[in-house]
Design a protein around this ligand. Structure first.
Ligand code: PEP
Ligand code: MN
Length: 292
C-alpha cells in the first residue's frame, strides 16, 4: 500500500489558517531572517547574491566564456539549465548529465558555485551530485512530490514562483520543502502571466517581493530575465528589484544571445552584464547592501 508522508508536526486547523498557513516559512516563526550558505556566500545577508549564466548550458566554450566574464564582473553563482522545461517537446531540452558535468567544470575553473534546475524527482540524486543549489522552475512549483523529496535532498533549493501562483500558494510550496526537513530554501519571483503578451512575456511582480520579505524569513531573489522576456528591460527591472528589497537577482547571460538555443530575446550579452553590475553597485551602496 502506498501512503503519503506527512511532516512530523502537523499543525491543526486554527485561527491562523491551519493547514492553509505557512507556519514554518512565517517571518514570525523565527527571530532572525534566514541566510543560506552557498560556498563562500550567504544568500539573504547584507551582500546581494548575483546569479548569472546562460539559459541553457550549450557547450564547454559557451559556459566557460560566460562564467569567466560574469565572475570578473561580480557574479556570486553560475546559473545554467541542463534539464530544460520547454513548452514544446521539439525544442532544445538541454544536455542532461553532460550539462551538469560542464557546470562542475566551470565551477572548478572559476570557483563559482552552480545552480541548476531539477524538473523531476527522478533526477534529484543525479543533480545534487553536481550542483550547489537546486532550482525548482516555475512550471514545477506545485509538483508536491518533487518538493517533498527536495526536503530530503541535503542541498539548498531555490523555488521559483509559478506562472499563475498566488503569493500564498508560493509560500505554501516553500512550506512543503521546509516541512520535509530542508531549511535552506530561497524564493525567486520570476514574473507571472499578465494579460499583455504583446510587449512583455510576463509581469514581474515586485509587490510579491516586498510581501514575501515581510511574510517570510526566507531570502528572495528576482529574475528579471524571465520576468520580462526582453533584454532591454532586464537592467531597469533588476535595479527596481534591488530597490524593492530583493536579496539578489538571477539573470540570463550568453556570449551570443541571437544564436542561443533558448530564450534568445532575454539574455544579456557579456558587456550587457558588465553594464548591469556597474549600475547595481552605486544603488546597492545607497541601500546599505554590498556586492562581492
Ligand atoms: C530558468 O530559470 O531556467 C527557467 C526555466 O525559468 P522559469 O522556471 O522561471 O521559467
Ligand atoms: Mn530561460
Amino acid at each position: 500500500m502506498v501512503t503519503l508522508t506527512q511532516p512530523a508536526a502537523l499543525v491543526p486547523p486554527g485561527p491562523n489558517g491551519g493547514g492553509k498557513h505557512y507556519h514554518r516559512a512565517d517571518r514570525r516563526a523565527v527571530a532572525a531572517a534566514t541566510t543560506v550558505r552557498v560556498g563562500p556566500h550567504l544568500i539573504g545577508g547584507t551582500a546581494l547574491s548575483i546569479m548569472a549564466g546562460p539559459c541553457s548550458v550549450e557547450s564547454a566554450e559557451q559556459l566557460l566564456a560566460t562564467a569567466r566574464s560574469v565572475k570578473a564582473a561580480g557574479a556570486t553563482l553560475l546559473r545554467g539549465g541542463a534539464f530544460k522545461p520547454r513548452t514544446s517537446p521539439y525544442e532544445f531540452r538541454g544536455l542532461g548529465e553532460e550539462g551538469l558535468r560542464l557546470l562542475a567544470d566551470a565551477r572548478a575553473a572559476t570557483g563559482l558555485p552552480v545552480i541548476t534546475e531539477v524538473m523531476s524527482e527522478r533526477d534529484i540524486d543525479l543533480i545534487a551530485r553536481y550542483a550547489d543549489v537546486l532550482q525548482v522552475g516555475a512550471r514545477n512549483m506545485s509538483d508536491f512530490a518533487l518538493l517533498e523529496e527536495l526536503g530530503r535532498c541535503g542541498k539548498p533549493v531555490m523555488l521559483k514562483r509559478g506562472l499563475q501562483a498566488t503569493i500564498r500558494e508560493w509560500l505554501l510550496a516553500a512550506e512543503y520543502i521546509l516541512a520535509h526537513g530542508n531549511s535552506d530554501v530561497i524564493l525567486c519571483e520570476r514574473g507571472v502571466r499578465g494579460f499583455d503578451n504583446e510587449f512583455t512575456r510576463n509581469t514581474l511582480d515586485l509587490n510579491a517581493v516586498v510581501v514575501a520579505k515581510t511574510e517570510s524569513h526566507l531570502p528572495v531573489i528576482v529574475d528579471p530575465s524571465h520576468g520580462t522576456g526582453r533584454v532591454d528591460l532586464v537592467i531597469p527591472m533588476a535595479r527596481a528589484a534591488i530597490a524593492a528589497g530583493a536579496d539578489g537577482i538571477m539573470v540570463e547571460v550568453h556570449p551570443d544571445p541571437p544564436n542561443a538555443l533558448s530564450d534568445q530575446k532575454q539574455q544579456l550579452d557579456l558587456p550587457g552584464f558588465d553594464r548591469l553590475m556597474a549600475e547595481l553597485r552605486p544603488l546597492a551602496a545607497l541601500l546599505g547592501r554590498t556586492i562581492w
